[in-house]
Design a protein. Structure first.
Length: 119
């Protein structure tokens, strides 16, 4: 589900690269001050904003309902997926761990060895 993070960030004039500017977290700016928040700037990219907000205690304290809506459901879902993935693990058999080329080479080696022993 897409979410608009713009109400929680302030976009800076400084460029992160040719296309993106840096941004700062508004709750961090309000609590720590602008100078301290600028030291924690990050590129204005959805995944980077999301990562910062997920780790940010100031955001969590200032907007607890939104934090729960965005991240708590995801944490529960990830926890369930980890349990399911542990159940799905299978032991790797000997043949599945060998590549086809190594199996072919091994087969040729056995054929040559048998021919040598028959002589």
């Amino acid at each position: 589900m897409a979410f608009n993070y713009k109400p929680f960030i302030e976009i800076l004039a400084e460029k992160a690269n040719a296309w993106r500017n840096y941004c700062i977290c508004i709750p961090c700016k309000d609590i720590l001050g602008r100078e301290s928040a600028i030291l924690k700037k990050f590129p204005n990219k959805t995944e980077r904003i999301r990562t910062h907000l997920k780790k940010c205690e100031h955001f969590k304290n200032k907007f607890p309902e939104i934090y729960i809506e965005l991240f708590e459901i995801e944490i529960i879902r990830v926890g369930n997926n980890e349990e399911n993935s542990k159940k799905r693990l299978r032991r790797e058999s000997y043949t599945s761990s060998m590549s086809w080329t190594s199996m072919y080479t091994f087969k040729l080696l056995l054929i040559n060895l048998l021919k040598y022993l028959m002589i």
